[in-house]
Ligand binder design. Structure first.
Ligand code: FES
Length: 121
């Protein structure tokens, strides 16, 4: 494992996602209570980008079908419940999930040094 510069520290702010390409992977960077967090910019439901998701505290909600994840631990907090932001009734959730079981997101160790954000893939 090696640390790779993914962004400048100033580019990574609380409440927003900065997307960087590191070693061919799309990595999402944000801050939670001031600390940089890094996770794969890929929802485990259908593999779509999480970067435009809604952030609340340490959680991000996938903009496509509403699955929610903790950006620090990667833990799944909620599984598919909407369609492009439109809440869907409970009986549709099984169809929207398309057979995919709840899963977490991949997180990476992130640190800062000399004004740069380093990610350890
Ligand atoms: S792609 Fe994220 S919940 Fe479906």
């Amino acid at each position: 494992m090696s640390k790779t510069e993914a962004a400048k520290s100033a580019q990574v702010v609380e409440g927003a996602v900065h997307v960087a390409s590191v070693a061919g992977k799309s990595i999402a960077l944000t801050r939670v209570k001031g600390t940089v967090q890094a996770f794969e910019n890929k929802c485990p439901h259908l593999g779509l980008a999480l970067s435009r998701g809604k952030i609340e505290g340490s959680a991000i909600t996938c903009p496509w079908h509403g699955s929610k994840f903790d950006m620090c631990s990667g833990k799944n907090l909620d599984w598919v419940n909407s369609f492009v932001g439109i809440p869907m009734p409970d009986w549709t959730h099984g169809m929207i999930s398309m057979g995919k079981k709840p899963a977490g997101i991949t997180t990476f160790k992130a640190s800062e040094k000399d004004g740069a954000v380093l990610v350890d893939l």
